[in-house]
Design a protein around this ligand. Structure first.
Ligand code: SF4
Length: 626
């Protein structure tokens, strides 16, 4: 491998405490492009179907892509790919910060983790050298303390630490991996997978650069990208942070509230992004090399919810720990975000689990006996914080909540089904599929990791008439009538998926992909960037084919685990109309029609919803044909 990649894969076996460095095959890498695409190939081929995700046989791939660690504006990302213990499906959790670029600078595009250590350890990757170091002294510590101790031990504040907290150690099924103190690879329970392997952290020190194939062409392409991004459509994201969606989303009736029973929140002004920016914001934060800097550093400076400075909260967190639980105390929400970061919890699934429990308590499905006398009332901020502590430590009712909504609902019986808001076991994010966009409903139903709003793309872009540079490849125009609308939407979603999957296989950040030629990074512009970077002469069409290959393989991964069309369903509540507020009456219609259209557009079998042998052959995925 000459350009754009480090060219090596690091394989660490924790059972035997050994590691191996493998050279990457350039032809094979180009076929999948890298990042989660190449990780899908590794996991499909190396981990048999039915593997228990918390067993030593389970593997984890930490993956970077071509643009990771480069000057490309979205190059601060990495993905952790694994089988989720929460859902039993394919999972990829993206994070930013500096961890991904440093892994690549340390000499590795991929880290494959196998086995289970006899005692707690952490992996230290130091510019090509690898050590598996004891971590007994770190076990039981939160992410913040773990990071501090490791940095002191290694005497290097520049190392990047990705660690689990108590939630991962205790097997909370939605525990996260937190890197650079506050950036989370959150969804699906990677923390529990690390915990099951007795792996406390991965630490990287990387100072090697990445060779660029054609530096002049690369600089020109990057300058073009920076120029285009000056006209970015969603300027409020970089300028004000994602939290600024709180008030507009409530006004539009698309803000999930009280466990998706409502879609607007009367007290939204008390939890607004404006308030966070004005009173609690310390500074902006960026992932490696990102000029957008959409992240925020906040703290509560005194009082009963005081916190040290911490990354976040993002929009999802504010809604999930706030309006979704009927809570309007912003300082408690910031404290909740802090607790999730230090214990290593996914704020979305944690908030959804708490909201589910509050609704079950209101309906008498959970009693004071179950909660050890803790009244799980809507709007009680102190209860929310107590529950986060209990979940992370699996104490009392916390052990019940630590399983996630699907398992809790199964244990409580049919009466709890109405309140169980998840797809394939993954709780919905803070985007309301009934009123935000119909494409989002389709995305929640078919996404490989369950109810996901971001991988591989934000489905609502097409409904908002944003083409993302995909018109010339066949993206249909805006629809005319209901029947036609469903079918067109299905076809459009294929293009939205493929455009987003390009970002996933290059290691970019999806925020840069929303727009059109002249104001976002289109597939064509990515092709220019990747060509200059790797010297491969890549076209947008080649990127789209690699994206389709990756997307199909992730579907095959799930098929092998027994997931078919019958699991592509939405929660019961989401089929009912929103009862009141600005979006009253909005509902999901024609899901089956949309599914038919989507499978057909993808070249999949309509009955099973799975890729056909012909499609897999066309994509060079013969090994995935059953
Ligand atoms: S836009 Fe935000 S999440 Fe994306 S790379 Fe930049 S700082 Fe990170």
């Amino acid at each position: 491998m000459r350009y754009g990649f480090a060219g090596q894969l690091l394989r660490v076996n924790l059972t035997d405490s050994i590691y191996k460095v493998e050279e990457l095959d350039e032809k094979e890498l180009r076929k999948y492009m890298g990042c989660s695409g190449y990780a899908a190939k590794l996991l499909y081929q190396e981990m048999p179907g039915g593997t228990d995700p918390l067993s030593p046989e389970a593997k984890v791939v930490i993956a970077t892509g071509a643009v990771s660690g480069t000057l490309c504006p979205s190059g601060g990302s990495y993905e952790v790919c694994y089988k989720s213990p929460l859902t039993g499906t394919w999972n990829q959790a993206r994070s930013g910060g500096g961890f991904g670029p440093k892994l690549k600078y340390a000499g590795f595009d991929f880290l494959v983790i196998e086995g289970r250590a006899a005692d707690p350890v952490y992996i230290f990757i130091n510019d090509g050298k690898v050590e598996i170091k004891p971590a007994k002294h770190l076990w039981g510590k939160n992410v913040e303390d773990t990071t501090d101790i490791i940095i002191r031990e290694l005497d290097d504040p520049e190392v990047s630490v990705a660690a689990i907290g108590q939630a991962g150690e205790n097997g909370v099924l939605y525990s996260a991996l937190i890197n650079d103190r506050g950036r989370a690879a959150a969804r699906g329970g990677i923390g529990a997978v690390f915990g099951s392997k007795n792996l406390k952290a991965v630490v990287v020190r990387g100072s090697r650069g990445i060779k660029v194939g054609n530096p002049k062409q690369f600089v020109e392409a990057i300058e073009k990208a920076e120029q285009w991004l000056k006209n970015y459509l969603f300027a409020a994201i970089p300028a004000l942070g994602t939290v600024n969606m709180m008030v507009p989303n409530s006004t539009l009736g698309i803000l999930p509230t009280k466990n998706f029973q409502k879609a607007h929140f009367e007290n939204v002004d008390k939890v607004s992004g404006e308030l966070i920016n004005e009173k609690y914001n310390i500074k902006r934060r960026a992932c490696y090399g990102c000029s957008f800097a959409c992240g925020r550093y906040t703290h509560v400076n005194g009082g009963k919810f005081a916190t040290p400075p911490m990354e976040g909260p993002e929009y999802e967190t504010v809604d999930m720990l706030g309006p979704l639980c009927g809570i309007d105390e912003i300082e408690a929400i910031i404290k909740g975000n802090y607790l999730c970061n230090v214990y290593g919890l996914d704020t979305i699934s944690a908030g959804m689990s708490i909201a589910f429990a509050m609704e079950c308590y209101e309906k008498g499905l959970l009693t004071d006996e179950d909660t050890e006398g803790l009244p799980l009332r809507w709007g009680d901020a102190e209860v929310m914080l107590k529950l986060l502590e209990k979940i992370a430590h699996r104490e009392g009712i916390g052990a019940f909540l630590a399983q996630g909504v699907k398992r809790m609902a199964e244990k409580l019986g049919p009466a709890a089904e109405e309140a169980a808001i998840h797809v394939k076991g993954l709780e919905l994010a803070a985007h309301e599929p009934r009123s935000e966009s119909k494409s989002l409903a389709l995305q929640y139903a078919v996404s490989p990791r369950g109810a996901c709003h971001m991988h591989p793309n934000w489905a609502s872009v097409w409904d908002f008439q944003i083409d993302c540079g995909m018109k010339e490849f066949g993206l249909p125009s805006w629809p005319a009538g209901p029947q036609e609308e469903s079918l067109k939407r299905s076809l459009a979603y294929r293009y939205v998926v493929l455009q987003g999957e390009i970002t996933e296989i290059l290691g970019g950040c999806i925020f840069f992909s929303w727009g059109a030629e002249g104001n976002c990074i289109t597939p064509q512009l990515y092709a220019e960037i990747v060509s200059a970077l790797t010297g491969w002469n890549v076209t947008a069409a080649e990127l789209l084919t690699a994206a389709e290959r990756s997307w199909n393989l992730k579907r095959c991964f799930n098929a092998r685990e027994g997931f078919t069309r019958k699991e592509d369903r939405l929660p019961k509540r989401i089929y009912n109309a929103i009862p009141d507020g600005p979006s009253a009456g909005a509902r999901v219609e024609n899901l089956d029609l949309m599914l038919d259209g989507y499978y057909e557009a993808m070249g999949w079998d309509k009955q099973t919803g799975l890729p056909t042998p012909e499609k897999l052959r066309e994509l060079g995925l013969e090994f995935a044909i059953n």
